[in-house]
Design a protein around this ligand. Structure first.
Ligand code: LCS
Length: 397
């Protein structure tokens, strides 16, 4: 099937088939793991032609590998992008985009509440190289516009954001970024391409922690960059290969295996999340629940407009504060107390003492991450078992 035909298919067909062609030599249906660091040249002329780019082929796995290529094509097709670059981790994807496009003296507008290290990367590390950043609530598009400077090169947005589940208007942010000659980079980890395709909404680059939904089985750390244009893909590649952000072929094989069931998993998780969000919202020990599928979400209408689903991530606040937050962590039995998210299993964590403990207390307060704040990634277990687990755990508070 040609690449063009695949792009016209439904999401499940894409997830199962895009990039995952039968092996031309053996007919293997599953993409083989080309676990080789280097590739032999037929002769000196062949080697020279590959280096010159006059002939297509493989040289060295940091630069290209057939198993990794299959995954790049798979995710780029799902995201409607021109090309993908698979990285060792989600953080490697984000830092590679920055390394490719930023120079000393440039400026980034970034969401104030997002995955902790994504902020620390700018605040602590890129600042050492003369890159300035302004952190704003990107759900407030006026604040994004006000933060733009003549030297702003990137607007970086996570939507829904980790862990506040705030939603950012991607079309509006794309317009603001482009009016200032900057690129809009979107972390699409929380939605996966099944529920949100930022490139279709005007973004220039999507990054993923594929550690989460795309792989989905809590057994791989991996990332991906997808560009809207082939020019941006070519512009990122030198930083990608030189800084060494590439993944390993075995990692690529694992993610290719996981991605086949992406569509089913995210729909199953969403169904459980919707029911559990309603249950938690009506529970007397819970002050509020933030889930994009609840009409009580302040940006419910925006979410419905720009997303094809609501996902399975939510946050909620316990009335009992920090102590209740920690007690709930120790009381759940089926939900697993662990960081990360987007796996087939339900994961729960306490951001104030775990993922977002590295933020200053002031930044946490601005972001609304209180002591009683809980983040929940709902998996694909039998719903009744999940509700029963929360029933018994909340009874212990
Ligand atoms: N982007 C988002 C939205 C994330 O949630 C994470 C990791 C990353 C990027 C980084 O990806 P990694 O390098 O780990 O593949 N989020 C985590 C979390 O919330 N708990 O543990 C990891």
């Amino acid at each position: 099937m040609s690449k063009k035909d695949m792009r016209e298919m439904g999401m499940s067909s894409k997830a199962i088939h895009a990039g995952q062609h039968s092996d031309p030599i053996t007919g293997a249906v599953a993409v083989p793991i080309y676990q080789s660091s280097t590739f032999a040249f037929r002769d000196a002329d062949h080697g020279a032609a590959l280096f010159k780019g006059a002939e297509k082929g493989y040289i060295y796995t940091r630069i290209g590998n057939p198993t990794i290529d299959a995954l790049q094509e798979s995710v780029a097709t799902l995201e409607n992008g021109a090309g993908g670059l698979a990285t060792a981790s989600g953080m490697a994807a984000i830092s590679t985009v920055y390394m490719a496009f930023l120079n000393a003296g440039d400026h980034v507008v970034c969401g104030e509440a997002l995955y902790g290290p994504s902020r620390i990367l700018l605040e602590t590390h890129l600042a050492r190289f003369g890159v300035q950043s302004t952190f704003v609530d990107t759900a407030d598009t006026d604040a994004v516009a006000a933060a733009m400077k003549p030297n702003t090169k990137i607007v970086y947005v996570e939507t829904p954001a980790n862990p506040t589940i705030k939603i950012t208007d991607l079309r509006a942010c794309a317009e603001i970024a482009h009016a200032g000659n900057a690129r809009l980079v979107v972390d699409n980890t929380f939605m996966s391409p099944i529920f949100q395709r930022p490139l279709d909404l005007g973004a220039d680059i999507v990054v993923h922690s594929m550690t989460k939904f795309i792989n989905g089985h809590a057994d791989v750390v991996a990332g991906m960059i997808v560009t809207k244009t082939i020019e941006d893909w070519k512009a990122i590649r030198p930083a990608f290969t030189t800084f060494g952000a590439n993944m390993d072929p075995h990692q690529a094989y694992m993610v290719l295996r996981g991605i086949k069931t992406l569509n089913m998993r995210v729909h199953c998780g969403q169904e459980n999340a919707m029911r559990l969000a309603k249950y938690l919202e009506s529970h007397p020990k819970v002050s509020w629940v933030r889930y994009p599928g609840l009409e009580s979400h302040p940006q419910y209408e925006l979410g419905k407009r720009q997303m094809d689903g609501f996902g399975s991530l939510m946050s909620f606040e316990l009335k009992g504060g920090h102590e209740a937050g920690k007690k709930l962590m120790d009381s759940v039995e089926l939900a697993v107390l662990a960081v990360s998210l987007g796996g087939i299993e339900t994961l729960i964590q306490h951001p104030a003492s775990m993922t977002h403990a590295g933020m200053t207390p002031e930044s946490r307060e601005i972001a609304g991450i209180t002591g009683g704040f809980v983040r929940l990634s709902v998996g694909c277990e039998t719903y009744e078992d999940l509700e029963a687990d929360f029933e018994q755990a909340l009874a212990q508070l």
